[in-house]
Design a protein around this ligand. Structure first.
Ligand code: NAD
Length: 288
């Protein structure tokens, strides 16, 4: 007999999501989340707030969506404000960090989440499509990580706050390792995020700065609505996911809390795949 809830004859068990409370492992820490007014970034910002952090909610457009996130984190009793900045613009990134230092004094946690897609068949991809995706997804992470590392090095470890002088969590993707036809600019940007994250980590680990990535699989957000908004699309998607369900943004939030907390203090330069097994070569499920 299969264990209770296991898959039987093509029928899928009902998806059950984690509901346990997030522990307060980030009390008083100062966090900045980029692209935090939507999808994964929003869930990460709220999860960090639930874990006790004060939060800067970065956004580029739709201030009203950012204010909703601010209100949700305020209800948790944390300090929080929204700040508009295009992460691909050096002057805007630097101004955002300066404001954070004025209002919160420092930064302990950076979540480099902002990202976008601009898909096209390769031979029709314009230079502008290529540059937009690389500028936001890769250069944006470089600019924010550099400002954070400067502050982490200046300030050093404050042992009452954290074992580490600072933590960076880079939002990568399963496409840091899975090639993606029709999305060459996106896959190249995430491959770059992987190697940038590991290289920064190697360089700054001696300063007790931890830099790690999360590689989400298919998470239910606006970026990939076409892949989950109809039952037919979901059935197609499940062929790529051994765990046979889509991920929810809160599940990435929980992973980010762990990577930002002292619970993961000996974890450096990894990619944490949160993907229901998408990177397990599901095409080989039936023996290859
Ligand atoms: P989303 O479209 O809901 O959110 C993207 C966020 O980035 C938005 O808040 C957007 O405004 C912001 N952003 C875009 N350009 C910006 C800029 N120039 N400056 C500042 N912010 C900017 O999508 P999401 O799914 O929540 O994506 C978040 C991250 O997760 C991205 O890096 C994405 O590549 C990654 N990711 C998502 C999935 C998924 O299945 N949803 C899978 C793998 C990786």
């Amino acid at each position: 007999m299969p264990p209770s809830g296991a898959k039987t004859d093509g029928e899928l068990p009902e998806a059950v999501m984690p509901t346990c409370e997030i522990r307060e492992v980030l009390t008083g820490q100062k966090a900045l989340v980029t692209g935090a007014n939507s999808g994964i970034g929003k869930a990460v910002a709220v999860a960090l707030g639930r874990a006790g952090a004060d939060v800067v909610v970065n956004y580029n457009s739709r201030p009203e969506a950012a204010e909703e996130v601010v209100a949700e984190i305020e209800r948790l009793g944390r300090r929080v404000f929204a700040h508009q900045a295009d992460v691909s613009r050096e002057d805007q990134v630097q101004a955002m960090f300066q404001r954070m230092f004025q209002e919160f004094g420092t930064i302990d946690i950076l979540v480099n989440n902002a990202g976008l897609q601009k898909d096209a068949p390769f031979d029709q991809m314009t230079l502008a499509d290529w540059q937009l995706v690389l500028n936001v997804n890769l250069t944006g992470q470089f600019l924010c990580a550099r400002e954070a590392v400067r502050e982490f090095k200046r300030r050093g470890v404050v042992k009452e706050v954290s074992c580490a002088a600072g933590k960076i969590v880079s939002m990568s993707s399963v496409h840091e390792v899975i090639p993606w036809a029709g999305h060459v600019n996106y896959a190249a940007s995430k491959g770059g995020v992987m190697m940038m994250t590991k290289s920064i980590s190697q360089e700054v680990a001696p300063y007790r700065i931890r830099v790690n990535s999360i590689a989400p699989g298919a998470i239910r957000t606006p970026i990939n609505m076409a892949a989950w908004s109809t039952p037919e699309a979901l059935q197609e998607l499940y062929k790529l996911i051994p765990y046979r369900r889509i991920g929810e943004p809160d599940e990435i939030g929980r992973a980010a809390v762990w990577l930002a907390s002292d619970d993961s203090d000996y974890v450096n330069g990894i990619t944490l795949f949160v993907d229901g097994g998408m990177t397990l070569y599901p095409g080989f499920e039936s023996g290859g």
